[in-house]
Design a protein. Sequence first.
Length: 90
Amino acid sequence: MPRPAKKRRKKKVHYRKVTFMLTARQKRSLENYCTARKTTPTRLIKMAIRKYIDNFSEDVPPKYFVRENQLELFGGSEASDHETARKVTS
């Protein structure tokens, strides 16, 4: 008679805690919304950030990185010319 196969143990999930602060009004708003939608604040927040927590566990594609020049709206001397023009017209 063949021996029954051993059951494989499930890999234990490790959770990490993330905290952030809300104002009293924001918390009340969150609770009211969750009550209306019959969900919990934790579930609502996880649904809102799911796109970010599911897709980037291994690598972040290059298109999501900020390039150096992306932060400057105007290059070098043009920036100072634009700011000067705005000050004069104001």
